[in-house]
Design a protein around this ligand. Sequence first.
Ligand SMILES: *[C@@H]1O[C@H](CO)[C@@H](O)[C@H](O)[C@H]1NC(C)=O
Ligand SMILES: *[C@@H]1O[C@H](CO)[C@@H](O)[C@H](O)[C@H]1NC(C)=O
Ligand SMILES: *[C@@H]1O[C@H](CO)[C@@H](O)[C@H](O)[C@H]1NC(C)=O
Ligand SMILES: *[C@@H]1O[C@H](CO)[C@@H](O)[C@H](O)[C@H]1NC(C)=O
Ligand SMILES: *[C@@H]1O[C@H](CO)[C@@H](O)[C@H](O)[C@H]1NC(C)=O
Ligand SMILES: *[C@@H]1O[C@H](CO)[C@@H](O)[C@H](O)[C@H]1NC(C)=O
Ligand SMILES: *[C@@H]1O[C@H](CO)[C@@H](O)[C@H](O)[C@H]1NC(C)=O
Length: 589
Amino acid sequence: MTVLFALFSHVASTAAGNTGVSVLLNGFLYGRASGMAPRAQIAVYKAVYPTVGTLTDVVSAIDQATKDGVDIITLSVGPDEPPEDKFTFLNVFDIVMLSARRAGVFVVQAAGNHGPAPSTVLSYSPWAVGVAASGTDRTYPGSLLLGNGQKVGGVGLSGPTLGDGLFQYKLVLAKDAVKINGTFPRTPQYIEECQFPEALDRNVVLGSVIICTFSDGFYNGTSTLTAIVDTARILGIMGFILVANPTYGDFIAEPIPFAVPGIMIPSVADAKVISQYYEQQIQRDGRGFVTKFGARAAIGDGRVSSFKGQAPIVSRFSARGPDFIDIDKNPADILKPDILAPGHQVWAAWSPISALEPTLKGYNFALLSGTSMATPHIAGIAALIKQYNPLWTPSMIASAISTTANKYDISGEPIMAEGSDNLYPSTPFDFGAGLVSPTRALDPGLVLSSGYDDYISFLCSLPNMDPAIVKNSTGELCNHSLSHPANLNLPSVTISSLAGAQLLRRTVKNVGLKPEKYLCSVMPPNGTLVNLNPPWFTIAPQGTQDLDIQINVTQAMNNWSFGEIVLTGSLNHIVRITLSVLFQYPHEN
Ligand SMILES: *[C@@H]1O[C@H](CO)[C@@H](O)[C@H](O)[C@H]1NC(C)=O
Ligand SMILES: *[C@@H]1O[C@H](CO)[C@@H](O)[C@H](O)[C@H]1NC(C)=O
Ligand SMILES: *[C@@H]1O[C@H](CO)[C@@H](O)[C@H](O)[C@H]1NC(C)=O
Ligand SMILES: *[C@@H]1O[C@H](CO)[C@@H](O)[C@H](O)[C@H]1NC(C)=O
Ligand SMILES: *[C@@H]1O[C@H](CO)[C@@H](O)[C@H](O)[C@H]1NC(C)=O
Ligand SMILES: *[C@@H]1O[C@H](CO)[C@@H](O)[C@H](O)[C@H]1NC(C)=O
Ligand SMILES: *[C@@H]1O[C@H](CO)[C@@H](O)[C@H](O)[C@H]1NC(C)=O
């Protein structure tokens, strides 16, 4: 059983780090960073180590935190693959989250990083909030300027070569700088990757920009960027370029701080532009040795952020729904992921002595990506909501976060998602309810809540569920079951097998301070007709109201179809309930 890494400092400072902290690396100020809930208190439970993480340790940490009376548990950690149990909801990790939730703890977990294929989520249960990841509008575009005026884009958080592009340096391919008749303990690939300074001729590379090539070592994990930086320092190299290798294809480059000018060129096409220019400019003798290095280049400043473009966009790696109930991936009547938060290139604290990532050793901050980075944003926002509304239960907080989320990007267009090599309009299986909207979540107007007994009733109502299994996993008897699993009072409606007509119910509670009149409207999923009863209602503070949702099939579609219920209040509260339906019968294609 592998366990997703928990990056304590990064995750903790994202949730509750101090406000306005200077992010200073290698003498450069990247800006100021703030945690979501700077005044929240943090309790850290160490359960995972750089080399090993076991599920039993994580489960015991969650148990201890629950006993200690924490309000919120943020889990950027968990099984890295679907459970082998017959039911996803009943695996040991989900059951320990259920006991935390029973004790009144708000539990938030990473959706997983195995996107963008469908049903890759690792968050299954209605009692935990599963978080998907998106990029923000900030990027760090790096650039390489070649002597012939061509500019190539790349990645790397480093300063420019001296002279900032105006002054260019001799460009040397590492292979062409190998010492004649030297003795080398390593393979040629290792030298091309600039891992081994003893193999390179200092007279050739001193003050130059060196081209290192992605190869076996990076592929099998034995070569490091740190070794390239060390090679550059030892030999007095001005800067380095790590280029993609056609043999291995494009690689994924995340912005990493380099203490010397450096840039990664992750695209094979861009790497070819560089090698063509290089080969045109050099002269070789009969044996292939370079007699004249004529190519020149400068590395631009890669540390300057750019705020143009579309945002948020659901990240490619972010795991996708639909949620599923068992190892055969039969779809569940639960929406996963629940919510979207920033998780691509997030600045947060890093322990300078951490052994986890050698390239980050000595730094106090790191720019990291993953649903692990998105999750603590939601934990911090939940802490703010809890502080503002101390009596709210976890499901009320989860409801407030979901019903106020935003489905549109900064330019008012539908939020897009990264596919394997394209962008497409997001569905709830990419972003759940949408991008979290912290200020609106503090004052949602209405909430839909559910409690421990409801989760047991939900488990007991699953198709083919044996009450003995529920008893075995939770210790509870199936006293009640829901008339349909989709009747669990969640802030979303998901029906995985819709045939003919289905009547469901939701109950809302007014958490506002005044009576409010709500108008109920619906954007029905394609192929359905949805009727809401009542069509409008007035609700007193702390009052509750049932809402009957009649969904009739008009034309069965051959895939999931999405819509939403919108309750619009007279005091400007807007409550959105996502609808996802899958039609039961197979149809001709
Ligand atoms: C390298 O070795 C070859 C033969 O072993 C010799 O002819 C040549 O002179 C040597 N070159 C240098 C630079 O030592
Ligand atoms: C990894 O690649 C390096 C560089 O080519 C090579 O020296 C090493 O033997 C490889 N290691 C493994 C475990 O394959
Ligand atoms: C089921 O009934 C038993 C016995 O009355 C009770 O102790 C238990 O709390 C009930 N469980 C649920 C989930 O309602
Ligand atoms: C309950 O658990 C026990 C031991 O863990 C197992 O032997 C038994 O088969 C389980 N029963 C059911 C119905 O899953
Ligand atoms: C509904 O169906 C139409 C036509 O088949 C399609 O263009 C549209 O994107 C669908 N809308 C949704 C929300 O699935
Ligand atoms: C939806 O289906 C129900 C149950 O079959 C039926 O009573 C109702 O009239 C239908 N509503 C519409 C608008 O077709
Ligand atoms: C169904 O929709 C999902 C995404 O919503 C898509 O990946 C899949 O290809 C679709 N399947 C069919 C049969 O259209």
